[in-house]
Design a protein around this ligand. Structure first.
Ligand code: SF4
Length: 217
């Protein structure tokens, strides 16, 4: 490998992001500004950038951890077995995947699905915050402890975070299990079902709400 190539594989690189992303007025505009991002080393190892998917004005927004192998191959979050389970859970609360917005803390897959490291989260988090600001969901649901801890900037356990109404930037937020965890531990499904019923109840109780502020999405 030549010298430049060696550096490309080993050094975090800024750039490959259009600085106009900060003022993007829509999700497609934001995607277009950042989908060649190389601001952390995962940009060099991804197959596809995984921006997010769903209703740009969804009332319910999911935040997961990072793309896995299927998501990296297809460029869409939650498309593997965990994604299929998420679709089933949504159907159980009378919602479709198209009704919600789904994004991750990281837009690029960590090697071997390892947990995101702080430097990667720090580099990528501003993009997720911008997505949330554009979607303006009525409620955010964090799927799994990694998503919750990083979005909220806390280190509490999942047991402490579940079953409570939290907030992120004035938006109500709940935490539940990642669907992949439910596939590994089916005995957690009843508790997850309680969480999703609480989300359904919240949305029903706030059916007529309109979020404050200009529509930018
Ligand atoms: S994970 Fe985020 S910060 Fe790192 S290269 Fe991908 S888009 Fe950029």
């Amino acid at each position: 490998m030549d010298k430049a190539g060696t550096l490309a594989k080993t050094a975090p690189r800024g750039g490959a992001v259009n600085a106009a992303w900060v003022n993007a007025a829509s999700l497609p505009e934001l995607d277009g500004c950042i989908n060649t991002c190389m601001q952390c080393p995962l940009g060099a190892t991804r197959t596809k950038f995984v921006f997010g998917v769903g209703d740009p004005h969804a009332r319910l927004m999911f935040v997961g951890e990072a793309p896995g192998a299927d998501e990296d191959a297809q460029g869409e979050p939650f498309v593997g077995r965990a994604g299929q389970l998420l679709n089933k859970i949504l159907a159980a609360i009378s919602m479709k995947r198209e009704d919600v917005y789904i994004a991750n803390i990281l837009k690029c897959r960590p090697p071997n699905n390892r947990t995101p490291i702080p430097e990667e989260v720090a580099a990528c988090m501003p993009f997720l915050k911008k997505q949330i600001a554009l979607v303006k969901p009525r409620i955010i649901v964090c799927l799994g402890l990694t998503a919750a801890q990083n979005l909220l900037g806390i280190s509490d356990s999942l047991g402490k975070l579940r079953g409570r109404m939290l907030t992120f930037a004035d938006t109500p937020l709940m935490v539940t299990y990642h669907p992949a965890a439910l596939l590994r531990n089916p005995n957690w499904k009843p508790a997850a079902w309680e969480d999703f019923q609480a989300v359904q109840k919240f949305l029903a109780e706030h059916a007529g709400d309109v979020k404050e502020g200009p529509s930018v999405g």
